[in-house]
Write a protein that binds this ligand. Structure first.
Ligand code: PA5
Length: 438
């Protein structure tokens, strides 16, 4: 189970009443953005027929493709990548046992990036999972157009249609229309679940299942955490403790939360977490800014600031128990020319643990409030629990901050300017003015 430790002196019980109120609003779906709280009960009430179709589609992709191209951005991208890389490895594509390889496009507008992925695929067989709730987001739509043409060129229109899986709104949008017209197999992003809360819907489940991860276990873990959140709504519950601690620290003047992880496999879990908290809380001039660091690497770049810079940060150490069984050990060297024999016989993971403990103490001494979130392990069940834990804590925390945690009005501003500059119909009027300002 997930364990949260919080800095000494932080009295989470002080927020019990606020936590109860926020919990009531989430559970009863009465708070701001209530129409996007379907994720609260998703691990218990997901569509079982669709779940089976996802498992069948994953089997089909594994059977007929060397590569799966996952097209999506933001909430339609980070969840599956986070889970796959955390459970399987950030070297997933290079490890011999993994098939198909999985590449992610439509999450940027770099032509070189797309060109490189096309050349990595080469003449191998591939399928596409295009994920977009709206069906109109520019980055994935551009990528889908390009990869669709490649598929049609290689397999013909019918063959391509059999290799395209569309995860989108169940009734509306350009992608849904295209998908119906072309006969793609389609999966739904539920109406009441926004992008950053959709990792446990078809958005995450199809790529995750294709990577060979047991999605039944993933959902089982999430369901355990859901039960815990619904039945033990006290500050002893890890989600409630985490939400309360970060709220209290924010109110105490801390403006930035740095998620620190100790294994590069966590990188995309941190990216997913940043979107979850940044997009949910950063509004109305409020919210902890979510940042992340990869330790020990960043102790050699950001360590100075964390130890000694302006005291506006909190640090959350994200770990997963003692889950490494690599057995990689420092060997004895009879010459000891590098002076490392004091480590001989120790595993690299033991050294990592000592670095973590040393950092925890040093940062605490440096008056940096340090929290720990321990997922307990890296199995599909552990990670299902972890995802739901972060989501529920985010909902609680957003309500305690008195924002709507489920909208994202601020993300439209850059798009309007970009469309005007590119001459999209309806946006031309402002384009000239913008060009003049650049
Ligand atoms: O959380 C969000 O709402 C966003 O990150 C979206 O998921 C992202 O912009 C992609 O949107 P769509 O799935 O409509 O393409």
């Amino acid at each position: 189970m997930i364990k949260v430790s919080i800095p000494q002196g932080i009295e989470v019980n002080a927020l019990d009443r606020e936590l109860q109120e926020a919990h009531g609003r989430l559970k009863n779906k009465t708070g701001a953005g209530k129409e996007f709280t379907g994720w609260v009960t998703l691990p218990g009430d997901y569509d079982r027929d669709e779940f089976e179709r996802i498992q069948n589609a994953a089997r089909k992709i594994r059977g007929e493709s060397d590569v799966l191209v996952v097209i999506g951005i933001g909430g339609s991208y980070l969840g599956p990548r986070a889970v796959i890389e955390l459970i399987k490895s950030s070297f997933y594509n290079s490890l011999p046992r993994n098939n198909p390889e999985i590449y992610y496009v439509g999450n940027n507008l770099s032509g070189d990036y797309i060109k490189n992925i096309i050349s990595i695929i080469g003449d191998r067989d591939f399928s596409v999972n295009v994920i977009s709730k709206s069906g109109t987001t520019t980055e994935p739509a551009v990528a889908f157009r390009i990869f669709r043409r490649l598929l049609v060129g290689k397999y013909g229109a019918d063959g391509a249609a059999g290799r395209i899986y569309a995860t989108t709104d169940k009734a509306r949008g350009t992608l849904k229309t295209l998908s119906d017209a072309m006969g793609y197999e389609a999966f739904a992003v539920p109406d009441d679940i926004g992008g950053r809360f959709s990792a446990l819907s078809a958005v995450g489940l199809l790529p995750i299942a294709t990577a060979g991860i047991d999605i039944q276990e993933l959902m089982g873990g999430a369901a355990e955490m859901m039960d815990l959140c619904s039945h033990s709504a006290t500050p002893e519950n890890p989600a409630f403790a985490y939400a309360a601690a970060r709220s209290l620290l924010y109110r105490g003047g801390n403006k930035i939360e740095v998620l620190a992880y100790w294994d590069p496999d966590f990188m995309f879990m941190a990216e997913w977490w940043k979107q979850l908290y940044g997009e949910s809380e950063g509004k109305g001039g409020k919210g902890l800014y979510p940042a992340s660091v990869s330790f020990t690497a960043d102790l050699h770049s950001m360590g100075q600031y964390l130890q000694d810079g302006e005291r506006v940060l909190i640090e959350t150490m994200l770990i997963a128990g003692n889950c490494s069984h690599s057995g990689i050990t420092v060997n004895n060297d009879p010459e000891d020319s590098d002076g490392l024999n004091f480590l001989a016989g120790k595993t690299v993971d033991e050294i990592n643990t000592a670095a973590l403990q040393g950092t925890f103490l040093a940062h605490t001494d440096g008056k940096l409030p340090v929290l720990t979130v321990d997922a307990g392990g890296k199995t599909a069940r552990d990670i299902g629990r972890l995802i739901y834990f972060f989501e529920y804590a985010c909902g609680l925390s957003g309500y305690m901050l008195e924002v709507n945690p489920f909208d994202q009005p601020g993300v439209e501003a850059y798009k309007k300017n970009m469309f005007a500059l590119l001459g999209k119909p309806g946006y031309e009027a402002e384009g000239g003015m913008l060009r003049a300002r650049l």
